[in-house]
Write a protein that binds this ligand. Structure first.
Ligand code: NDP
Length: 249
């Protein structure tokens, strides 16, 4: 489905695959200019080419959200100017028993899912506040239903997502009065590359079992929610959206 996002300028992080790639597509098909940000340049370029071939506007920005983003910000500003729609979607999900002591995995998740989200907010919050003076302005954070549930072996991942959900609620309290909408999206089981990065084979198989048990959303189905939320009238803010496969309880 498409929406009216004509004249909007968006940045989507984690646009190289899964939910982020589908968000980029729905925003571009709805008329937005979309900067596609992630680490895998070939994936981003292929998606940008697809968007342009469809008649939309998209370009690839190779960047790691855990690192300095000033080159990426400059590239976005040079190409499209001020941004008024930021989707903080990049994330990693790694899993192991806490007693395995995989502090390397903990750091990767904290760096990407929390510090990375904050880096992106730091990079574009000035744009969002300025843009709100003349039109709609959106910060969308992709959290997870895991922010509210307990999953053994996923303590650190779910904690990072709880942090994103709490961050979103507090940012809304701060930015809402400035006319910047903050939308926190909490997907349930969704088809993507996310679980492929779990190195522990037994846990990866268990995740497949959960997914097979209740089904999973497509990434496009989650992306559709972002298109809907960001295309409402400027004074309407869907603050918190949990989107689940119907059988996931
Ligand atoms: P994918 O693994 O398919 O997508 C993750 C994206 O993040 C990729 O495009 C990856 O691209 C990018 N990324 C990872 N690390 C970095 C980094 N350091 N800098 C920039 N980009 C990065 O998984 P999903 O599409 O499922 O994940 C998207 C979001 O949805 C995540 O935040 C995830 O936690 C959340 N989510 C997913 C659910 C699911 O069931 N799939 C459920 C609930 C929430 P690259 O490697 O090229 O950098």
């Amino acid at each position: 489905m498409t929406y009216d996002l004509t004249n909007r300028t968006a940045v989507v992080t984690g646009a190289a695959s899964g939910i982020g790639a589908e968000i980029a597509l729905v925003l571009a098909r709805s008329g937005a200019r979309v900067a596609l940000l992630a680490r895998r340049t070939e994936r981003l370029t292929a998606l940008a080419d697809r968007i342009v071939a469809e008649g939309g506007q998209g370009f690839a920005v190779t960047a790691d959200v855990t690192k300095d983003l000033s080159d990426a910000v400059r590239a976005v500003h040079d190409t499209y100017g001020r941004v008024d729609l930021v989707v903080n979607n990049a994330g990693v999900m790694l899993a192991n028993p806490i007693a395995a002591g995989r502090t390397d995995e903990w750091s990767r998740m904290i760096d990407t899912n929390i510090s990375g989200v904050l880096n992106v907010i730091d990079a574009f919050s000035g744009d969002l506040i300025e843009a709100a003076g003349s039109g709609p302005s959106d910060l969308v954070n992709i959290s997870s239903v895991g922010a509210h549930l307990t999953f053994p072996n996923f303590a650190v991942y779910t904690a990072t997502k709880a942090a994103v959900t709490h961050l979103s609620a507090n940012l809304r309290a701060e930015l809402g009065p400035l006319d910047v909408r903050v939308t926190n999206v909490e997907p349930g089981f969704t088809e993507s590359e996310l679980a492929e990065h779990i190195g522990n084979a037994a846990i990866r198989d268990a995740v497949d079992g959960w997914f097979d048990g209740v089904g999973r959303l497509t990434s496009a189905e989650v992306a559709d929610v972002v298109g809907y939320a960001t295309s409402r009238a400027k004074h309407v803010n869907l603050r918190q959206i949990m989107v689940l496969p119907t059988r996931q309880v």
